[in-house]
Ligand binder design. Sequence first.
Ligand code: AMP
Length: 142
Amino acid sequence: MKIADVLRNKGAGVLTVSPDMTIAELVAGLVTRNVGAMVVVDATGPVGIVSERDVLRSLHSHGVDVLDRRVADIMTTQVVTCTPADSVDVLSGLMTTNRVRHVPVVDGGALTGIVSIGDVVKTRMEELEAQQEHLEAYITQG
Ligand code: AMP
């Protein structure tokens, strides 16, 4: 299965934050939108990614004062991306190798979606269920 198929099922929306937003505002956004990461976008386009893990790390290092700091202070700027033409297998490899659970999808320079490790697991489960149904039909119907 391709990333384009995953996006067709889940939608192409990407939740974004500004690098100037405070960590407190970021936390509120992550909680209310029920996501683990957001792409950081300024007037020029995507400039990074920030996840709940970055918030935890900075809380551990700097204490609660970090809530007043800016997203730009904790985001990751070297972003691992994929394209809609990549396979889910390739994406799983990227997530494992780079130890990330969120990968933005870029098509011709434009941000067209984001795939999380949860989306990958859901896709795998659906593939396995379809295979099982196919095998059961093959066995019972001959
Ligand atoms: P995650 O596992 O996605 O919650 O992210 C763990 C760490 O990797 C955090 O420091 C994120 O900022 C960073 N990260 C998450 N996704 C990406 C990505 N696609 N490219 C680069 N870094 C990322």
